[in-house]
Design a protein around this ligand. Structure first.
Ligand SMILES: [Zn+2]
Length: 266
């Protein structure tokens, strides 16, 4: 068992319509109090400290202008919340990061990547391929040049992986497809046990709840690339941990309060 620690870092807020994005249309009638209006969700990255190498999971979202113009309206990155700015606040520089594992290459997970000049960049080979040649439905997600902008990850050298891969002692990346073609999650061994950083494969913790009226063992989301892979990823990851406190989602709102009390998890 390693003694790694996980530091969640929120890089801003994206907005979304819960009934379109977070809940599959087949479940909305069975879940009370889903808001009809657009809500804000955080955009967490995860710094893994205490190992031989300093490892980051995702690099987070874009500045407000970019986020709000090309993506979800009213998304925002308040002053000082970009990943490099927050690393500086806790005494690190982007060049100190040795490894970055990307859960996937959507715009809100890859910004500022060019600042991490010393990092080995890991991505699933299926994600890499699709990110450079998506169907037009995903042009915005990957910031395709057809929009007149440059992809944040253009020209970057990635190490492409598949299956389950030990990235460094105590850190394993594994496949959790469905939200995107080559989505990966990252398991981190800490003194408290293994946590999983699940990116968007489980949008929010409510997505692991059963919906008995529909005979569903989970609550499927409304936005996905492949619903069968999405479903299987949620079921298998739910079984992988002791309880939901070991699941760290990129867009989980309750994590904001949790890190007030516990900035370092594990
Ligand atoms: Zn996301």
């Amino acid at each position: 068992m390693s003694n790694l620690k996980i530091r969640p870092i929120n890089t801003g807020f994206v907005t979304t319509v819960p009934k379109e994005y977070l809940y599959h249309h087949s479940v909305v009638d069975y879940i009370p109090n889903i808001p009809d209006e657009r809500i804000e969700m955080p955009v967490f990255t995860f710094l893994v400290e205490g190992g031989d190498k300093l490892l980051l999971i995702d690099t987070g979202m874009a500045p407000t202008d970019r986020a709000s113009t090309y993506h979800h309206p009213s998304s925002r990155q308040p002053e000082g919340m970009a990943i490099h700015e927050q690393l500086e606040c806790i005494g690190y520089h982007p060049q100190d990061i040795d490894i970055i594992v990307f859960t996937h290459l959507h715009w809100d997970h890859v910004f500022q990547i060019e600042r991490f000049v010393n990092a080995d960049l890991y991505v699933h080979k299926r994600e890499f391929k699709f990110a450079f040649d998506p169907i037009p439905l995903y042009f915005k997600s990957y910031e395709h040049p057809a929009l007149g902008i440059t992809r944040p990850f253009e020209g970057m050298k990635f190490i492409q992986i598949s299956g389950e891969t030990e990235i460094m002692p105590g850190v394993r990346a594994y496949e959790s497809f469905g939200h995107s073609p080559g989505h990966m999650s990252v398991e981190v061994e800490t003194g408290e046990g293994s946590y999983i950083c699940v990116g968007d494969s489980i949008f929010q913790l409510h997505n692991i709840n059963p919906v008995p009226e529909m005979h569903y063992e989970i609550t499927p989301p409304g936005r996905f690339y492949n619903i069968i892979e999405t479903w299987d990823s949620i079921v298998s990851q739910k079984a992988r941990v002791k309880d939901s406190s070991y699941i760290l989602c990129t867009h989980e709102p309750s994590l904001i309060d949790r890190i007030e009390k516990t900035p370092l998890i594990g």
